[in-house]
Design a protein around this ligand. Structure first.
Ligand code: SF4
Length: 707
């Protein structure tokens, strides 16, 4: 049966079969347009995880106080107690005293029901997800520049481009199948130029014609300098700027405030490379920009995004084959979550929480009283844990995510969970650190054990078929949420199947820019997958390609802004990250390694994947290491006032001097938490997107000596 990979946002198609012993086997789906049968190391080892029940949660568990062990209870008991506690807290402290913290790994149907429950019935917008840590800066930037959260391109555009600018991303390791498509395109078109900006020489850089090994936090300066070079040399599309954009005069003034030489100095890159990059872009018939966490996870993340999108806009490279901005997502269904409005500031189908008309549309559709949906944005990921700490938030329900590894300043988050009055954890595994704080544990069905849809980073919606039964009493996440909603006494959660939830979600998109109101599971089965918007025109199309939905947005060059013009935004290029000091003089940046994914709750179980890199490490430049008396493989302490990490040093000149790198995957080991990178990161967030600043933390480093 066909499904989709549950790891990164590339969204590769997978065929799963059962062998004679009933064990699952996976292979790439050869008919799936994203990967055409290919899988990366993580995807091709998914059967190990799917067949391993050793750490699965099998039954609901509960306790009345944290000094007691949890005991197995029935689903009714667990959900009735949870409903009773939620009702009491809401009655006493109001609906904003409770929150749901979900995940970009949730299926769209799961996202939809939890969002409906919280915003439409509990009456609070305190529903946010770990996607806040991943791509919320891109959401805000698309809205501001293009009028809506809308990725305008398809993966195919990467194969049609002449220049690809990869900014703050390492797709060769983190989105491997997409990068293999780029490498194959390079074989067919040796003139394809690849520009990469990254403080590290990553595997992606191995394919680059230009590598901007820039100083962390200087991306806007670099993008502005390339913009200036394009304008100065007359390499912009003046007709497109005049007829389809707004804000060019202010943009021009901003980028001309620094000379290219000055910008090069700030970024720590060569002026000639900036000019060469502009030359490449000028010659390109197709120019793609592509980015992930290096831009998104920043205190100036939205502006970093906008400054890159500006390069597509001033050159008119959007809405045509091989051209446009492509933000990659780290999680498989971050896009689906955005579509159902599953963040604390969104409403379904990209409606705006702040617009009364949009709130009324959703209220009418859900059949709830006008005014039920609050116009006030709810708490975001980091704000939820701050609110638990100061007592504003009393209860949190965590589903499908492991915040005690993934949140910034994680020890503070841990202290906040300790203080919470009531914690519900909905999980597949008995391993996550959150479980020690859980008052109620709800066992969830895993990837192959439920049905639903996901949307990948190119707006492609796919159906995941149920292949095997969940162990013990584990239930699909949507079923758990709907059963809880009914225990709360709310109508509107009596769905017969995930297909019925999807049809309700699809109907709510009718008349919006992401219209999929004509879509259902049968069509997804027949057509393999489709890209939104998917309208009656696509439903009735005779042409095979048209039957697949919308490959590219803005081909008519009419944007989703009120004036239908794309917006060029201007802003200063100064980084707002926490400053370095003489005591904490190094910039710590965190990220992924090739064969692990997120907090290793799935990939960490696979021996083959652990063989690539088996333990956490600190990448440090040999000159920095020499100055500190650190040798290869020495145990080093990385510290700041928030915490410490002790790992082995890896000396490499692939990292910039003054910058060090820690992988983000590892959590507590043998009860010690000294490998968690997020012991060190800080709670600063972008003021527009509320995405944390994972890529810039001030730290001290020394060789570790036992006290
Ligand atoms: Fe899965 Fe991403 Fe690898 Fe594809 S590239 S197999 S979606 S992890």
């Amino acid at each position: 049966m066909n499904t989709v990979c549950c790891y990164c946002g590339v969204g590769c198609g997978i065929t799963v079969r059962k062998n004679k012993l009933g064990r699952l086997q996976v292979e790439g789906n050869k008919d799936y347009p994203v990967n055409k049968g290919m899988l990366c190391s993580k995807g091709m080892n998914l059967h190990y995880t799917a067949n391993d029940y050793s750490d699965r949660l099998l039954y609901p568990e509960m306790r009345y106080n944290r000094n007691q062990p949890r005991r197995r209870v029935s689903w009714d008991t667990a959900l009735e107690r949870t409903a009773a506690v939620f009702k009491t807290l809401i009655e006493k402290y109001g609906p904003d005293s409770v929150a749901f913290y979900a995940s970009g790994q949730c299926l769209t149907e799961e996202y939809y029901v939890v969002n409906k429950l919280m915003k439409g019935y509990i009456g609070s917008n305190n529903i946010d997800t770990n996607s806040r840590l991943c791509m919320s800066s891109a959401v805000a930037a698309y809205k501001r520049s293009l009028g809506e959260d809308s990725v305008p391109v398809s993966y195919e555009d990467l194969e049609l481009a002449d220049v690809i600018f990869v900014a703050g991303a390492n797709p060769a390791w983190c989105h491997p199948i997409l990068w293999r498509r780029v490498e194959a395109a390079r074989q067919r078109n040796p003139l394809l130029k690849i520009i990469v900006s990254d403080p590290r020489k990553t595997q992606t850089v191995a394919s680059a014609d230009i590598h901007f090994q820039l100083n962390p936090g200087t991306d806007i300066t670099l993008h502005h300098a390339i913009g200036r070079a394009l304008i100065e040399n007359g390499w912009v599309d003046t007709t497109f700027i005049r007829e389809h954009t707004e804000g060019f005069a202010a943009y021009r003034e901003t980028v001309f405030q620094r000379s290219i030489a000055e910008a090069a100095l700030i970024c720590g890159v060569a002026e000639t490379d900036i000019l060469q990059a502009a030359r490449y872009i000028n010659k390109a018939k197709g120019f793609m920009t592509m980015w992930t966490m290096g831009l998104n996870q920043s205190v100036i993340g939205v502006n970093k995004n906008l400054s890159l999108i500006n390069l597509n806009l001033i050159t008119g490279h959007i809405g045509k084959p091989g051209s446009g901005p492509l933000s990659l997502t780290g999680q498989p269904n971050a896009m689906g979550g955005r579509e159902v409005g599953g963040l604390s500031n969104l409403l379904p189908a990209h409606r705006n929480l702040s617009k009364e008309q949009h709130r009324r549309e959703v209220e009418d559709f859900w059949g709830i009283a006008p005014g039920t949906i609050s116009p006030r944005p709810g708490l975001t990921a980091t704000e939820m844990f701050e609110a638990l700490e100061d007592g504003r938030l009393k209860a949190i329900w965590i589903l499908c995510t492991n915040p005690l590894i993934s949140l910034p300043d994680v020890r503070r988050a841990e202290a906040a969970l300790k203080k919470a009055k009531f914690v519900v954890v909905q999980e597949i595994s008995n391993k996550p650190e959150t479980l020690q704080y859980a008052d109620v544990v709800l066992p969830a069905a895993a990837w192959t054990e439920k049905e639903g849809t996901m949307t990948n980073a190119e707006r492609r919606i796919s159906l995941l078929n149920k292949i095997n039964d969940a162990p013990g009493e584990a239930l699909p996440d949507a079923t758990i949420i709907c059963r809880f909603a009914r225990k709360m006494g709310f109508p509107g959660f009596d769905y017969e199947s995930p297909a019925a939830i999807f049809e309700e979600h699809a109907a709510l998109t009718g008349g919006t820019k992401m219209d999929i109101s004509s879509l259902n599971y049968n069509i997804l089965r027949q057509r393999n997958s489709v890209q939104w918007p998917f309208t009656t025109k696509h439903l009735a199309a005779a042409d095979k390609e048209d039957q697949q939905g919308t490959k590219r947005l803005f081909e008519n060059q009419q944007f989703f802004t009120p004036t239908q013009r794309a917006q060029l935004h201007s802003f200063p290029d100064v980084n707002q990250s926490e400053p370095l000091t003489p005591d904490f003089p190094f910039i710590l940046t965190t990220g992924r390694i090739r064969d692990q994914w997120h907090t290793m709750s799935k990939t960490g179980k696979v021996n083959k994947l652990r063989q690539h890199i088996s333990a956490s490490f600190l990448e440090i430049h040999p000159e920095d290491a020499a100055a500190l008396g650190i040798n290869e493989d020495d145990l080093v302490a990385v510290s700041n006032p928030r915490g410490e990490v002790r790992v082995r040093a890896k000396l490499t000149d692939t990292i910039k001097k003054g910058v060090v790198f820690l992988p983000m995957h590892w959590g507590k080991l043998l009860g010690r938490d000294l490998v968690r990178a997020n012991n060190l990161t800080n709670n600063l967030t972008d003021p527009q997107s509320k995405e944390p600043d994972f890529k810039y933390t001030a730290v001290a480093i020394c060789r570790y000596r036992k006290p």
